[in-house]
Design a protein around this ligand. Structure first.
Ligand SMILES: C[S@@+](CC[C@H](N)C(=O)[O-])C[C@H]1O[C@@H](n2cnc3c(N)ncnc32)[C@H](O)[C@@H]1O
Length: 258
């Protein structure tokens, strides 16, 4: 960047844009439009590559996501950069994996923009929860069987399983649960769910690395927990469980993970 981003000039435009799960053809037309117009794109590494091809050649592309072994800027620094570039009059896209409204710290960026008196637009994306359901060929709801869908994170700030989980809700046999950031903690979560009365035969599935090299594991909550414990996947994983997934399990308890 050649300009000083802390210099206050005419306000630009900020868009929090959902990149979807990584498949280039799951980007929305609005996302493509905002990317084409952007002067600056602040992007997370997870699932952004397919979207970045729509950025202009002269756009400034800045990685603000975690990459193995490399320092990632703190959230406050990401928000500060986003605001600083917009204050220079730039059109800023903050590109996020999946949908920006779900487990992406969008609230902090919205607050930072509003506190700076800048307008902020949100462009929804396909969340990895529904992308995983599509990959598996299953619905998340099922008439008379699964009346509720819940999105949870199984990862608290310290990296462990949150200790304030609502186990009655999570062990509800009439719900489908989509677990974000859960590959390391799911075995511990499953132990708690089984102790709380959820059947060990509850259908479950893991979809790893949607959008790039997807791999699936299907089984029951008990078998999936055991396999994650024995052989933790390396890629980002969406874990789904609930009776609505029975059709996936019925296809055979399979894995295409080697
Ligand atoms: C910080 S959250 C971001 C969620 C994102 N905003 C969404 O709507 O999908 C990251 C978690 O989302 C899930 N996830 C994101 N991208 C994924 C992908 N390509 N494949 C599988 N799971 C993914 C994983 O559970 C991962 O740990």
């Amino acid at each position: 960047m050649t300009d000083d981003p802390d210099h206050h000039a005419s306000a630009g435009h900020i868009a929090l844009v959902g990149a979807g799960p990584g498949d280039p053809d799951l980007l929305t037309l609005r996302a493509v439009d905002r990317l084409r117009a952007a002067d600056v794109v602040l992007y997370d590494d997870l699932g952004s590559a397919g979207a970045l091809v729509h950025a202009r050649e002269d756009a400034e592309l800045i990685s603000v996501g975690k990459r193995a072994g490399q320092h990632a800027p703190k959230q406050t620094e990401v928000s500060r950069l986003m605001v600083a570039y917009a204050r220079l009059g730039k059109r800023v896209v903050r590109l996020k994996s999946g949908d920006p409204a779900i487990f992406s710290r969008a609230d902090e960026e919205i607050t930072a923009a509003r506190e700076a008196g800048l307008a902020i637009e949100m462009v929804p994306g396909v969340t990895s929860a529904t992308a995983a359901a599509a990959h598996l060929g299953t619905a998340l709801t099922k008439r008379l069987v699964a009346r509720r869908v819940q999105f949870i994170t199984a990862h608290e700030v310290t990296g462990g399983l949150p200790d304030d989980l609502d186990l009655s809700a999570l062990a509800d046999p009439a719900a489908t649960t989509c677990v974000f950031m859960g590959k390391a903690t799911f075995p511990a979560l499953a132990d708690k769910l089984l102790a709380h009365g959820l059947s060990p035969d509850t259908p479950a599935a893991v979809v790893e690395s949607l959008g790039s090299d997807p791999k699936t594991m299907t089984g029951t909550i008990a078998t999936i927990a055991a396999r994650l414990r024995e052989n933790p996947p390396t890629g980002a994983c969406m874990i789904l469980y609930g009776a609505a997934l029975a059709g996936v399990m019925a296809k055979a308890e399979t894995t295409d993970r080697s």
